[in-house]
Design a protein around this ligand. Structure first.
Ligand SMILES: *Cc1c(COP(=O)(O)O)cnc(C)c1O
Length: 432
């Protein structure tokens, strides 16, 4: 499938089924096989030398690459419109390898305050040990991001739809700040998926996913991916991204950005970060996620439609004090939802119960169709009451500032029939 000729570039739903895959050359197998092997036989010593020296591409060892993983990478790169991708063990591994490729000790990056809680922990605590310094800024105010730029800034990180608040971020405005600062914009596109929003089209240089959520989509495997937009000029940049531009001592002085052009970032993250830190995705997980990706457009549209119906229904209920879903016209994110992700505002949203903490506990305990757990993006509808679970350790004040006040309930809508979803919510509300 040629990507260069626009008239023959397949549409999204076609790419979701076919991109990156071909019948298995050895057996003719139509579904992508699970290449459950650690290693691959070299043709001869010379071939091995070329593979190790990055003079030829090919499979060596499943920590570095694997054919099942490669199909997944081709699939997601195509869906995001990127030049190359690197699939890894989890969304957090994708973040760790991205910053390992970009930063030296003492470097800073700016991160949106409105982020998945696990990312906040990773940036505040784990990254501190590498002396990678996070500077937090309010992503709903691009001028606050601009004000946080210093000579040490090397990247800007935000989500497209921010978990868990369902806030839609003004990606073009933040991309403009990144361009002015001469640093790449990294967008975690987990909640939107490329079906709702392709951040590259709004100026993102690197797009990340927790494949665990909507792309895998069935709540059965952990995975993550780094997509290289191929847009950032590492060689011409006014900052020195050493991993990309300096001669590489472990590859005979090879300069990755000079040699690999628009795929340099994805290759650097693989041949330096993944090779040396090691969070590879298993071929089996890559296979399950690939199978999930085939139905992404169908599931995502259904889940967004279910979320909008549930949000509308809840907004009209007397026991509900507020609903925060960007798909509702009175929501502060509604205009950005129309601009950034017009097909849907995602499948995750929060709402408040008038009777607070006790009502929240009673509500989540009374639901039967919804599962009470700490995940999103499953075919099944999911619920959590953050104050009594994920945010239990915090003080009341900390909970409120994290958007996890005592009355807050978070839903992740599945693909079930909306009548059954609403009936379940309705009956749980009568228990309060
Ligand atoms: C879950 C999640 C992550 C982390 O992904 P894992 O696969 O759990 O490591 C990162 N960002 C967002 C928005 C997420 O929802």
């Amino acid at each position: 499938m040629s990507q260069s000729d626009k008239s023959v570039t397949p549409k999204f739903a076609t790419l979701a089924v076919h991109a990156g895959a071909a019948p298995d050359p050895a057996t003719g197998a139509r579904a992508t096989p699970i290449y459950q092997t650690t290693s691959f036989v070299f043709e001869d010593v010379d071939h091995a030398a070329k593979l190790f020296g990055l003079e030829a591409f090919g499979n060596i060892y499943t920590r570095i690459n694997n054919p099942t993983q490669s199909v997944l990478e081709g699939r997601i790169a195509a869906l995001e419109g990127g030049s190359a991708a690197l699939a890894v063990a989890s969304g957090h591994a994708a973040q760790a390898l991205t910053f390992h490729t970009l930063l030296e000790p003492g470097d800073e990056f700016i991160a949106a305050r409105q982020l998945y809680g696990g990312s906040i922990n990773q940036f505040n605590h784990a990254f501190k040990k590498f002396d990678w310094r996070v500077v937090w800024a309010d992503a709903t105010d691009p001028s606050a991001i601009a004000a946080a730029v210093t000579p040490k800034t090397r990247a800007i990180f935000c989500e497209s739809i921010a978990n868990p608040g369902g806030i839609v971020i003004d990606l073009p405005a933040i991309a403009a700040v990144a361009r002015k600062a001469g640093v790449p914009l990294i967008v975690d596109n987990t909640l939107a998926t490329p079906y709702l929003c392709r951040p590259k089209e709004f100026g993102a240089d690197i797009v990340l996913h927790s494949l665990t959520k909507f792309i895998g989509g069935h709540g059965n495997s952990i995975g993550g991916i780094i997509v290289d937009s191929g847009t950032f000029d590492w060689v011409g940049s006014r900052h020195r991204y050493k991993t990309l531009v300096d001669p590489n001592p472990s590859y005979n002085g090879l300069k990755l950005a000079d040699t690999f052009g628009p795929m340099a970032f994805a290759i650097a993250a693989r041949v330096m970060g993944l090779r040396d830190l090691g969070p590879a995705i298993s071929p089996f997980n890559a296979y399950l996620i690939l199978t999930g990706a085939e139905t992404l457009p169908l599931r995502m549209q259904r889940q967004c439609d279910n979320a909008l119906s549930a949000a509308r229904w809840l907004a009209a209920h007397p026991k509900v004090s507020w609903v925060n879903y960007a798909g509702l016209p009175d929501n502060p994110s509604y205009a950005l939802h129309q601009k950034i992700c017009p097909k849907g505002a995602g499948a995750v949203f929060t709402f408040g119960l008038k009777d607070g903490y006790e009502a929240g506990v009673k509500f989540v305990s009374s639901l039967k169709l919804f599962s009470l757990l700490a995940n999103i993006g499953d075919t099944r509808s999911l619920v959590i009451h953050p104050a009594s679970t994920t945010h239990r350790q915090l003080t009341d004040e900390q909970r409120v500032s994290a958007g996890a006040g005592p009355d807050v309930v978070r839903l992740s809508l599945g693909i079930e029939d909306i009548d059954d979803i609403i009936a379940d919510i309705e009956s749980a509300l009568t228990e309060i």
